[in-house]
Design a protein around this ligand. Structure first.
Ligand code: ASP
Ligand code: MG
Length: 421
């Protein structure tokens, strides 16, 4: 069996959904489709939740009605008889509305997952109904009942053992050859909805592939495959046809947005190849990620991670940074779920580069009991893999560099934000 994942950009319009039908209708194998929320729906639902948490129910409902209008327009363009698209859609939308009208909104992260997870519920319902309309038998699954996670709301980790038991009970491919489920969402063992972290649908697809022993997992994207740099940021990009799992992990961890960092492990564990293929030109091969490749990546790979914050800690009592102080610092980092991109230390200070986050100030407050905390915001981290002096010159000349780290193979620069061209 195969797993196909379609991201938000692929399902952002009626045209995109029609293209999914084209792509899947020729498939002979059993197929599990994982779908993200349509277009920018997750961002929009984040706004709905933010208003809801401030007890601004009016504001939340008005933002929600924009989400509704957007989906209704797609339904209108897609279905010959709108009622076919609207039936299921209306009932879930009413459910979400009544949550906003009556919910308590006590715990931020838990309510985030409760509300934001509807984006994928709605998108899969529409895609499933449209596949049916096109004569493609498919079975819609609620991943909140199948993909079991821990209770780390907004960044939940999948419990593969529990999930596998549930998947094996329902996913048999005996009634239909196509099953469709949501990316990004699951639930904890008590049945409370959870999400796997922004852009987490890739991770969902990988877990499904692992559990169902897929022949391969394919992520359909709006790029020609894996490139050596983000074409929106760097000129002269080169297509990379083959990568190892290790290459992919390094790229994703450094901030390459082509795949979510958690995607590789479930696939590597079962040696399942991952294809990244162009949604708009589906006959092209794209890229493949697997354990053995014919020849290593021959070009430098550039990855730019934006919205970074670099903070430096100096002990108030002028003591050295020793193991025990390090372990406390990282306990605080973990407690506030900061995502570390780079670390540099000296005898009396440590600098840590992290993704900007809403918990940063709280972490700083806690650390400031023992350290003088200074920080810079609006930074970017450039990672060059397969580095050489020319490429460093090309990308960093004229830039203010706050920290740099180099090995023979990899060079990393923390710089003030500016788009490189
Ligand atoms: N819809 C979610 C997001 O936008 C998950 C995903 O797209 O992978 O983050
Ligand atoms: Mg998305």
């Amino acid at each position: 069996m195969l797993v196909y994942k379609f991201g938000g950009a692929s399902v952002r319009s009626a045209e995109g959904i029609k293209n999914i039908v084209k792509i899947v209708s020729g498939i002979k194998e059993d197929l599990f489709i994982v779908v993200s929320a349509m277009g920018k729906t997750t961002n929009a639902l984040e706004d709905v939740q933010a208003a809801f948490m401030k007890a601004d129910r009016e504001g939340a409902l008005s933002k929600l009605s924009e989400v509704e209008t957007y989906h209704k327009q797609i339904i209108k363009e897609l279905f010959a008889d709108e009622a076919n698209g609207n039936t299921a859609f209306k009932s879930v939308f009413d459910e979400l509305k009544s949550l906003i009208e009556t919910g308590l909104g006590d715990d931020y992260d838990r309510w985030y997952d409760q509300i934001v997870s509807y984006g994928e519920i709605i998108s899969t319902m529409i895609v499933g109904a449209y596949l049916t309309e096109c004569g493609l038998c498919n079975k819609w699954l609620d991943m909140r009942k199948l993909l079991i996670t821990d209770s780390n709301f907004r960044e939940a980790n999948v419990n593969v053992f529990e999930s596998e038991k549930r998947f094996k009970e329902v996913v048999r491919f005996d009634d239909c050859k196509i099953y469709i489920g949501q990316g990004f969402i699951g639930s904890n063992i008590q049945g409370r909805p959870t999400t796997l972290g922004r852009e987490g649908s890739d991770y969902s697809a990988a877990v499904v592939g692992n559990i169902l022993d897929a022949e391969s997992v394919t992520i359909w994207k709006d790029v020609p495959g894996v490139l050596n740099a983000d074409p929106r940021i760097f000129e002269k990009t080169v297509h990379i046809p083959e990568l190892t799992y290790l290459d992919a992990v390094e790229l994703a961890y450094s901030g390459a947005q082509v795949i979510h960092p958690k995607t590789i492990k479930p696939l590597e564990n079962k040696q399942i190849p991952l294809y990244v293929r162009p949604f708009n030109t589906p006959t092209e091969a794209g890229s493949v990620i697997k354990s053995e490749i014919a020849k290593p990546i021959g070009v430098p790979v550039l990855i730019l991670k934006k919205n970074q914050v670099l903070f430096t800690l100096r002990p108030l009592d002028f003591s050295f940074i020793l193991e025990e102080s390090l372990s406390w610092i990282f306990m605080v980092v973990e407690k506030y779920r900061l995502k570390v991109s780079l670390i540099q230390s000296s005898a009396v200070s440590i600098s840590i580069c992290v993704n900007n986050s809403r918990y940063l100030q709280r972490a700083f407050d806690e650390l400031s009991t023992d350290y003088r905390v200074s920080y810079n915001k609006d930074l970017e981290l450039l990672t060059i893999r397969g580095t050489n002096p020319e490429i460093i010159k090309e990308t960093t000349t004229g830039r203010e560099i706050l920290v740099q780290q180099r090995t023979r193979r990899i060079a990393r620069f923390v710089m003030r934000e500016k788009t490189i061209k």
